[in-house]
Design a protein around this ligand. Structure first.
Ligand code: T46
Length: 141
C-alpha cells in the first residue's frame, strides 16, 4: 500500500432478508473524531474524474455505500488503485496523498467521514506543488 492509507472494514449486522446495518464508531473503526460527513452522488457522467488533489492535514475514510468507483492514490513515491464496491469496506486516506476518483457507476454514492470541517487552505490542487510539498516534508529539498 502507499503510505498513510489502509482498508477499513465495518461490522455487518445482518437481519436476513430485512437488511443489514453497518456501524462506524470513532476508535473502534474510524481512527479520528469525525467532524464532517459529506457524500457524492448523481454521477451520471461515466467519464467523471474527481479529486486530483491532496490534503496537508485532513484525514478521511471513503465508503462506496452504493455502486462502485475507483480510487487512485499517489504518495509521491508509490501509487496504487483501489476499487470500492462494498458498503462496509472503506478506504482510509491520511494526509499527503494525491487522490483521484473515477470509474463511477451511475448509482454510486460515495460517503466520506472527515476529521475536520471544510478548509480550502488544506488542499493542494496542483500535482507539481504536491511533489514539492512531500519532498520538503521528507527532507529531499
Ligand atoms: C476529497 C475527496 C474525496 C464544500 O464547500 N464543502 C465540502 O465539505 C466539500 C467536500 C466540498 N465543498 C465544495 C468545494 C468545491 O467548490 O464543493 C466543490 C467541489 O469540491 P471538490 O472539487 O473538492 O470535490 P471532489 O469530489 O474533487 O473532492 C472531495 C473533497 O473535496 C476532498 O476533500 O478528499 O472528495
Amino acid at each position: 500500500m502507499v503510505k498513510n492509507s489502509k482498508t477499513i472494514i465495518l461490522p455487518q449486522i445482518v437481519d436476513g432478508i430485512d437488511g443489514t446495518i453497518s456501524v462506524a464508531e470513532y476508535r473502534n473503526h474510524i481512527p479520528f473524531p469525525i467532524k464532517r460527513v459529506y457524500y457524492i452522488y448523481g454521477l451520471i457522467n461515466p467519464d467523471a474524474i474527481r479529486g486530483k488533489h491532496a490534503h496537508k492535514n485532513l484525514e478521511q475514510v471513503l465508503f462506496c455505500i452504493n455502486g462502485t468507483c475507483e480510487i487512485s492514490l499517489d504518495d509521491g513515491e508509490k501509487s496504487q488503485t483501489v476499487v470500492l464496491h462494498k458498503p462496509n469496506v472503506g478506504l482510509y486516506l491520511g494526509k499527503e496523498l494525491w487522490v483521484t476518483m473515477k470509474e463511477f457507476s451511475d448509482n454510486c454514492i460515495l460517503l466520506v467521514l472527515a476529521s475536520d470541517i471544510y478548509e480550502e487552505d488544506d488542499y493542494i490542487r496542483d500535482y507539481d506543488e504536491f511533489i514539492r510539498y512531500v519532498n520538503r516534508r521528507i527532507g529531499k529539498e
